[in-house]
Design a protein around this ligand. Structure first.
Ligand SMILES: [Zn+2]
Ligand SMILES: [Zn+2]
Length: 314
């Protein structure tokens, strides 16, 4: 089969002929119909992340049709439309059985540790293949498997409840998904914080209340807009100490700040003013879970193609 592979960091990807992957008893072989290009792929190609093998077929946002199933697979049949959960975990270790399989000691990500979806076929364990209904295109299904899934996990980590307020700091691909998913989970007001006007405009098209961080003091503005109450759940999706601090400082009583953006810089907060005085929480959110994907597919079934396309905009 043909596959687009990374041979060496910093070099262009190369179209190669490689064997169709072999299918284990518990696996499915999927004919790839769509594979997303993620910002992570740019990092991988630039050599900024350690790869599990080289050469490697990139691509971790994958959807397609089941071509063949292993002899022990009973849950899925050839011909079914599927999208793929990119983390392949053991299913048996402490972290897998405790329900946080992203920390599995042997977790392997397709397109990062093992061959991914920039190819005609990919083989994965059957449990990694999530049924994809007709109303969701392969392209949508593929991109749901990364940014949108990670946004949903962050909202789950923040324990968003119906009637609560949510603030999203940074409305790129992740943030744009988070706005729509927060609404779907019952958030009454969703604030979108960014410095880019086009992103704020798009965010307001999805019903978010835009806050232009280049023009106003974000924390003050949020206090004003929430009549002093502050936010129930605030998501940081940028990875800057400044916006992390704002995320935490915009919380109200019992508020939860969920940190998704990556940063190496220590984060300083005032323990009384920002945490103890509000019984607020700072929560880390890492990746997403297989068990969250059926809900994501359910929610997304009612969205339009245009919407999803915009969600994936960088
Ligand atoms: Zn991705
Ligand atoms: Zn495990």
């Amino acid at each position: 089969m043909e596959a687009i592979r990374m041979i060496e960091p910093g070099k262009p990807l190369v179209l190669q002929q490689i064997p169709i992957p072999s299918v284990g008893e518990e696996d499915v072989l999927v004919r790839v119909r769509a594979a997303g290009i993620c910002h992570s792929d740019a990092h991988y190609r630039a050599g900024r992340s350690r790869m599990g093998m080289m050469p490697i077929t990139l691509g971790h946002e994958v959807a397609g049709e089941v071509e063949w199933v292993g002899s022990n697979v009973t849950t899925i049949k050839a011909g079914e439309r599927v999208c793929l959960h990119y983390n392949i975990s053991c299913g048996d270790c402490y972290h897998c059985t405790a329900g946080h399989e992203q920390f599995c000691a042997t977790v392997k990500m397709i397109g990062h540790h093992i061959d991914g979806g920039y190819a005609e076929y990919i083989a994965v364990p059957a449990r990694n293949a999530i049924p994809l209904p007709e109303e969701i295109s392969f392209e949508e299904g593929a991109t749901l498997m990364c940014a949108s899934a990670t946004a949903l996990h962050a909202l789950h980590r923040g324990r968003v409840k119906e009637g609560e307020t949510v603030a999203i700091f940074g409305v790129g691909g992740l943030g744009m998904s988070a706005i729509q998913l927060a609404k779907a989970l019952g958030a009454v007001e969703v604030y979108a914080v960014d410095i880019k006007l086009d992103k704020l405009e798009l965010a307001s098209e999805y019903g978010a209340i835009p806050i232009d961080a280049s023009r106003v003091d974000v924390v003050e503005e949020i206090r004003k807009l929430t009549k002093g109450k502050g936010i129930n759940v605030a998501l940081e999706m940028i990875g800057l100490p400044k916006t992390m601090k704002q995320t935490i400082e915009s919380l109200g009583v019992m508020g939860r700040a969920v940190i998704v953006g990556l940063s190496q810089t220590p984060l300083e907060v005032h323990p009384y003013q920002t945490l103890i005085g509000y019984e607020a929480e700072i929560i880390g959110s890492n990746d997403h879970l297989l068990q969250e994907l059926p809900l994501l597919i359910d929610i997304s079934g009612s969205m339009t193609w245009k919407t999803i396309q915009m969600m994936c905009a960088p």
